[in-house]
Design a protein around this ligand. Structure first.
Ligand code: GLN
Length: 536
């Protein structure tokens, strides 16, 4: 086995996921099959039950696993498909160990954190490694936190066996306090001491900062940490995350890792990625104002974009491909301001749960429909487009979704039959309609024009669906049900015929965007926005 462990120091949100994905991309260019494993120290079984404002987007994989947003970075940077095998949480590890104990798998031993919990982590590492040349293991959280210690212990133990086949990369923060005006290395020195206390001696340090690390500071870090100065790399703040692999490539980080792992490197061809990045840098023909109507972005004084990372990346990638710039306008669904809506060239209502902010989203959808502004509804965004259409076009004034009002007479969106029992039993974890499902497209539709395929496969995460009792009235008023499940029962896409672009999808196309392959639906949405603005 050849393993790369990645840890973070000093602060959270330092970009371990982006660095891991960038390193993966570079190593893959050396013709290595690279896999990932994210170790999340929380007790949750998966990220599915977490509040996105606190933890960021819940990313859904093809196999229906609900993982944290790093999965999205791995998939997008590497153009790979992540599965449940690529992620472990402390909750999964403990529940497996407890189940083993109940099944007498430990032959009556006293079950303990060491060796049993540690060994279950190692078993999962081996499982994730299977079929690859190299496994990148990202340990979630920051060194020094009580809850991730067991992962470092598993690594320490593995190092005794694997020796030079295990490399540790520590990503740390180097602040430049404005009052001091100098890059300070002490927090990094201290975070390496925390690693050392756990028996981990990093091979490489990557310093995240506003600036490149200069020679005097590189020397300081080297002396204090025993990491030679040629193994200290910079991860300077860049205008786009997609520039990080180039930054690492320029510093020959890939060659250093390969040298440490005794793998022969080769001259790599990085042109496709560089071409993509040059699109990011080229001067845009115009700037689009894209409104995202949401409730998961407010956090005190700050607007957090992490809850919608894949949606935002999908917009950006489609804009770069189309040669335009973008300005995302966060429209607060709990506090809709007509003036704010007027500023937007097009709208997206992304996925969501619960009743908070629902009426605001419906108002924004009505605005987009009536003012002929391009609209893309993602999952909840499709469901609410149906409610809005029922109320304001079909004249069903009390139209709603069962998620909003269970007692209503006109539930345009209703619970899926197999979901009802799950909710009654409070079986909320990993129990939605999840993962990849097929959808058959209507050849005369806008959706078909975008995808150019009869059958598509997209990822889902929902409990409610369109109520087919209302199909006829919708169709008579100009709605086209352009995507349906292969058995024909479930509405997966609906679109308005007489509108520049008004499409709602029951799935989450944003999870399948790739930097080099923009998602067709987002691309069509952006092209319509450009056309609608008269720019092209
Ligand atoms: N809350 C809705 C449902 O469960 C929509 C979910 C979503 O947007 N992902 O059906």
């Amino acid at each position: 086995m050849k393993l790369i462990f990645i840890s973070g120091g000093v602060i959270s949100g330092i970009g371990k996921g982006i660095s891991a994905a960038s390193i993966g991309l570079l190593l893959e260019k050396h013709s290595l099959k690279v896999s990932f494993l994210k170790c999340d120290p929380y007790i949750n079984i998966d990220a599915g039950t977490m509040n996105p404002v606190e933890h960021g987007e819940v990313f859904v994989t093809d196999d229906g696993y609900e993982m944290d947003m790093d999965a999205g970075h791995y998939e997008r940077f590497m153009d790979i498909t992540i599965s449940h095998k690529n992620s472990i949480t402390t909750g999964q590890i403990y529940s497996q160990v407890i189940q083993n104990e109940r099944n007498l798998k430990y032959d009556g031993a006293c079950v303990e954190v060491i060796p049993h919990v540690r060994d279950e982590i190692i078993r999962r590492i081996k499982e994730a490694y299977k079929g690859s040349d190299l496994l990148i293991i990202e340990i979630g959280g920051t060194i020094g936190e009580y809850q991730n210690d067991i992962y470092y212990e598993a690594e320490r133990y593995l190092k005794q066996i694997l020796k030079d086949d295990l490399v540790h990369i520590h990503i740390s923060y180097l602040p430049i306090p404005s009052s001091i005006g100098e890059m300070k290395t002490k927090p990094t020195q201290q975070s390496v001491i925390l690693l050392n206390q756990r028996g981990i001696f990093p091979n490489i340090i990557i310093g995240r900062s506003q600036e490149h690390i200069d020679t005097p500071r590189r020397k300081k870090i080297a002396i204090a940490t025993n990491v030679s100065d040629e193994n200290i790399f910079s991860n300077m703040d860049v205008s786009s995350i997609y520039k990080v692999p180039i930054q690492f490539y320029d510093q020959k980080l890939d060659l250093k890792i390969l040298e440490l792992l005794n793998i022969k490197g080769k001259k790599i061809n990085f042109e496709d990625w560089e071409n993509f990045v040059s699109k990011i840098e080229s001067k845009p023909k115009s700037i689009l104002n894209i409104g995202i109507v949401s409730k998961y972005h407010n956090s005190g004084k700050f607007s957090l974009e992490d809850s919608y990372v894949s949606v935002i990346e999908s917009i950006k990638i489609a804009c770069w491909e189309s040669g335009v710039g973008f300005n995302i306008i966060w429209v607060d669904s709990e506090n809709i301001d007509e003036k704010e809506l007027e500023k937007c060239d097009s709208f997206i209502v992304p996925g969501g749960f619960g009743t908070r902010g629902i009426e605001g989203k419906i108002k924004a959808i009505q605005y987009a429909r009536e003012n002929k502004k391009p609209y893309l509804g993602l999952c909840l965004g499709m469901q609410l487009a149906a409610v809005e259409f029922a109320r304001n076009v079909c004249g069903i004034k009390d139209a709603t979704s069962e998620e909003i009002d269970i007692k209503s007479k006109n539930k345009i969106i209703h619970i899926m039959p197999d979901q009802e029992k799950k909710l009654l039993n409070k079986d909320y974890g990993a129990s939605m309609r999840l993962g990849l499902w097929e959808c058959v497209l209507d050849k005369k539709s806008r959706a078909y024009k975008a995808y150019k395929k009869d059958v598509i496969k997209e990822r889902h995460r929902h409990r409610y669906e369109f109520n087919n009792d209302y199909k006829e009235i919708f169709e008579s008023k100009g709605m086209l049900f352009s995507g349906r499940s292969p058995e024909g029962e479930l509405v997966e896409i609906m679109e308005l015929k007489e509108h520049p672009f008004f499409i709602g999808v029951q799935f989450h196309p944003e999870f399948k965007t790739r930097p080099l392959i923009p998602h067709p639906l987002f691309l069509e949405f952006i092209l319509s926005t450009i056309k609608n603005n008269g720019t092209i």
